[in-house]
Design a binder for this molecule. Structure first.
Ligand code: ZN
Ligand code: ZN
Ligand code: ZN
Ligand code: ZN
Length: 232
């Protein structure tokens, strides 16, 4: 069964109209102007449905051929579809693995570059909700920070993309208390994918850092992100 909006109708003289045109017609045919008893033209619907064309993100690597009726659903979940830049007020849509150019020209001081498998130090302003981390292969990661009153800050790492395209990512994060350096916390978790970050924080795994760790308003973290080929 084809979804209603992909129906094709015809009058008794064989003049056809797509669903959206048909729904704006009264009971008169738009071509012969006769009083029309519209019926569905299922043969033509099947012809239209059998025509498959390349996904809009073919040039970014998607090799799927999709029919007219399934196009929107596919492109919404396509691994090659773009994500919205997380910087507030920036409407740019970027593709997975193609972020550094945009940050270089538009938000040059708002990101931190890192290499996979190498531990790096992050000095996190505890009032900011996220920090952009750009990898050596141009993936955009978000170090997310959420104030969890009355306990402390929940920290996690997400990747701005639709799904596991070629790679899986894992991370480790360590925080040491400012007041008592014998107190430290550590998390090892998989990176959550997020197509567009809208203030949501992953709940699967996060590091809950007590306020005592960041009394000065800054939190020092040691982070490392690992990249593993996605074999399917
Ligand atoms: Zn039409
Ligand atoms: Zn007609
Ligand atoms: Zn696609
Ligand atoms: Zn931007």
């Amino acid at each position: 069964m084809i979804a209603a909006c992909f129906c094709i109708f015809q009058c008794q003289n064989g003049h056809v109209a797509c669903f959206s045109c048909w729904s704006r017609l009264t009971n008169k045919c738009h071509i012969c102007s006769n009083e029309a008893n519209f019926v569905r033209n299922i043969a033509l619907e099947k012809v239209v449905e059998s025509v498959k064309s390349a996904c809009s993100y073919a040039k970014w690597g998607c090799s799927k051929l999709v029919s007219y009726s399934l196009r929107n659903a596919h492109e919404e979940s396509c691994l090659f579809s773009p994500s919205k830049c997380p910087i507030p007020g920036c409407g740019y849509r970027g593709f997975t693995g193609w972020w550094s150019g945009h940050f270089h020209t538009n938000h040059n001081n708002d990101s931190l570059r890192f290499s996979y498998g190498q531990c790096f130090k992050v000095s996190l302003e505890i009032s900011v909700p996220f920090l952009v981390l750009l990898s050596e292969d141009d993936h955009l990661f978000l170090l997310l920070n959420k104030n969890m009153m009355p306990y402390g800050h929940a920290l996690s790492v997400g990747c701005l993309r639709t799904g596991n395209l070629n790679w899986n990512f894992f991370y480790e994060m360590k925080a040491t208390s400012e007041g008592n350096t014998e107190n430290s916390l550590q998390l090892k978790a998989s990176v959550t994918n997020t197509k567009d970050w809208r203030g949501l924080h992953p709940t699967e795994a996060f590091l809950l850092v007590p306020y005592a760790f960041c009394r000065s308003g800054k939190l020092t973290l040691f982070v490392s992100i690992e990249r593993v080929a996605d074999v399917r």
